[in-house]
Unconditional design. Sequence first.
Length: 142
Amino acid sequence: MKTNRVVVVAIVAAFCAVASVLAGEAGKSVVLAKADLKWKAMGDSGVAAAPVSGDMEKGPFRFFLKYPAGLVTPLHSHTADHHVTMVSGSITLTVGGKDYRLGRGDYFMLADKAPHAAKVEGSEDAVFYIEAAGPWDVVMAK
């Protein structure tokens, strides 16, 4: 029961944050149902993004990101600082050589081009809500 409550709170918080940002940008309130998200493939790995505000190429912006079950990302970073809330699924996030097991409702923030990797755990896709301060890129570690 407590897990379900956490999930509901996380989803409501993510959608409220989106609506709040969109209202400030456009001057009117916006409600976006999960079914109305426009998912776009990001390469051939099964990763998909659903932008909800701003421009991913120019930043700042907000979007949902989906990792398919079983995905393991290589070590990489992003130029833009970004705030992330787990909406569904679970991952092991590796940052600074330390592993963090994260699931629905958990939050993390990556700044200063922090190198990180992620592994989707279990059989469920992992969905994230992300707010990025600048354009989105993926820089592979050398």
